[in-house]
Design a protein around this ligand. Structure first.
Ligand SMILES: *Cc1c(COP(=O)(O)O)cnc(C)c1O
Length: 234
């Protein structure tokens, strides 16, 4: 099943790349494997997937030791400050930084394990009450505060768009995130690049690609619907 799904997703990505006048190298797929068992991740791995997205610290810890070490683990969910220490040596990119407090703790833990952790700033472009992330107008000042921290490097922005039936409804939000990244690039802030835009999920990744996504985060479209009945917290 994953094999068929993956070829559909890849075909959709290729077509969106063409429509958007992008190049294939600029667009990367993260397989969002949250709630899914190790066997399914292994299957995806054997099909060539190396980027996996998880939204719980506990799940990254459980899966990390059971899978090959060349996997790039992406933390895409809300991250509690007191849990950063568990993944500081494991995570490839943290997509969900939305406060100085969290960034400060990532910085401390990164220094402790002797690495520089790349991060994205999560922006709530659509202004949904239920979502984490900062307002677009807070982005520059937060970046200026974070950029000086040791052990951390800002690589770009992430957003979670609203759940919609028609992906076209999210086009403006993706375009807005892209524009924000251009505006911030023009400020030339130290230790900050805006080369990565993480946007687009199963329902809207093709539109996100057309509007400039670097990473699309696809779960359901690869692994099928999620079952939360056995979910663990944290
Ligand atoms: C679950 C999740 C996804 C994947 O969602 P699908 O609709 O299943 O593709 C992407 N991004 C984040 C932040 C998520 O939590």
């Amino acid at each position: 099943m994953i094999k068929e799904n993956l070829s559909i997703v890849k075909k959709n990505i290729d077509e969106a790349v063409k429509r958007g006048g992008r190049t294939k190298e600029e667009v990367n797929l993260i397989a969002v494997s949250k709630t899914k068992p190790i066997e399914m991740l292994k299957e995806a791995y054997d099909l060539g997937i190396r980027d996996f997205g998880e939204n719980k610290v506990q799940e990254i810890m459980d899966k990390y030791d059971k899978l090959p070490s060349d996997i790039r683990w992406h933390m895409i969910g809300h991250l509690q400050t007191n849990k950063v220490k568990y993944i500081a040596d494991k995570v490839y990119l943290i997509h969900s930084v939305d406060s100085l407090k969290l960034a400060g703790e990532i910085s401390r833990q990164a220094v402790k394990v002797g690495r520089v952790i790349p991060i994205l700033i999560e922006v709530n472009v659509a202004g949904e009450e239920s979502k984490f992330g900062i307002r677009p107008d807070e982005c520059e000042s937060l970046i200026r505060e974070i950029a000086g921290l040791p052990g951390i490097t800002i690589r770009g922005l992430m957003t979670i768009a609203p759940y919609v039936d028609d992906p076209e409804e999210n086009r403006a939000y993706f375009a807005q995130l892209k524009q924000l990244s251009v505006d911030i690039t023009n400020k030339n802030i130290d230790n900050t690049s805006m080369s990565v835009l993480s946007m687009g999920m199963t329902g809207d990744y093709t539109v996100a690609i057309e509007e400039g996504a670097y990473y699309v985060r696809v779960g359901t479209g690869l692994f099928g619907e999620r079952d939360y009945s056995h979910a663990v917290n944290g």
